[in-house]
Design a binder for this molecule. Structure first.
Ligand code: FAD
Length: 267
């Protein structure tokens, strides 16, 4: 199986700062990590490779320093990686991001399966995985929590729903987005880190990809961030302090909370 795993480099902390002019994330000088759910996508791919053979390629669109998350994916066991980077890709919304990643996947070619994380911790839209599938006209399954088997050109995933699980079967090639239940990610190994140091990471850009410039980056993004503001809490709150006065204080706090809930006809 030839598996491609798009992974995103995200700011480490939740203290993401936005550029008020462009409405995009300020990424320079910020510690970055592999988007947590993408570690589960990598793990799902590596387990399929162990079971059915083949290769796993990690793919990331971002500034040049996104190479660091690709090296981490190689140290986990990916066979190779590709960096998709160009100033013209900057500020892309999910449509432009998935368009560019779809073009990169086409350039890699010959794939059987694409596995993405369900969502990224910064944009948090969960749109890029389905977006890539739409651009490539691929069958799609989201919220995948388990891959039961691959047989006769089809894959049999299980997906989480609000009611429980759904068992699906999709023809290959297709795209899956995975959730945490898909399995605990392995840690990069020392031998993996040594091997990743030797591996070259090719760069895909507007120089060597078949792309329509009008679909790229901030300019090519149908979604424009018009204004960014932090939501103001308007509803008057009431502080119930349960930490003072031991048992008595706790009881007082519980009584105050019950009274408030009744007052608001919540209970
Ligand atoms: C606070 C905030 C709000 C935003 N709101 C919107 C919005 O409403 N609409 C909009 O179009 N854009 C929005 N964006 C921009 C959006 O974040 C970017 O387009 C981003 O590149 C992709 O979207 P995402 O972060 O939501 O990823 P998601 O769609 O949540 O990511 C899902 C999966 O796609 C893959 N993936 C995502 N990005 C990459 C990448 N660069 N390289 C490789 N794989 C990747 C990963 O596997 C990831 O797990 C927002 C950004 C921020 C920071």
């Amino acid at each position: 199986m030839k598996i491609i795993v798009p992974i995103k480099q995200v700011p480490e902390s939740s203290k993401v700062k936005m550029d008020p002019e462009t409405g995009t994330v300020i990424r320079t000088g910020v510690e970055t990590v592999v988007n947590p759910l993408d570690l589960y996508a990598l793990e799902a791919a590596l387990r399929l490779k162990e079971q059915y053979g083949g290769t796993v390629t990690a793919l990331s669109m971002g500034p040049p320093q996104a190479k660091r998350v690709l090296k981490e994916a190689e140290a986990m066991g990916c066979d190779n990686a590709v960096l998709v980077s160009d100033r013209k890709f900057g500020g892309a919304d999910t449509w432009a991001t998935s368009y560019t990643l779809a073009a990169a996947v086409t350039k890699i070619g010959g794939f059987d399966l694409i596995i993405t994380g369900e969502r990224a911790t910064d944009g948090d839209t969960a749109q890029v995985g389905p977006g890539i599938a739409a651009h490539l006209d691929l069958p799609l399954a989201t919220y995948v929590s388990k891959i039961r088997e691959v047989k006769d050109g089809r894959i049999y995933p299980e997906r989480l729903t609000e009611e429980g699980y759904e068992q699906l079967s999709l023809p290959l090639p297709c795209l899956l987005t995975v959730v945490k239940e898909a399995g605990v990610p392995r840690l990069p190994t020392l031998s993996g880190k040594i091997r990743s140091r030797e591996l070259e990471i090719p760069l895909y850009s507007t120089e060597n990809m078949d792309l329509k410039e009008e679909f790229l980056g901030l300019k090519g993004s149908p979604t424009k961030v018009v204004k960014i503001e932090s939501p103001k809490v308007t509803r008057g709150g009431k502080l119930v302090n349960a930490s003072e006065g031991g048992e008595v204080g706790l009881k007082k706090a519980v009584d105050a909370l019950m009274a408030l809930l009744q007052e608001r006809s919540i209970i």
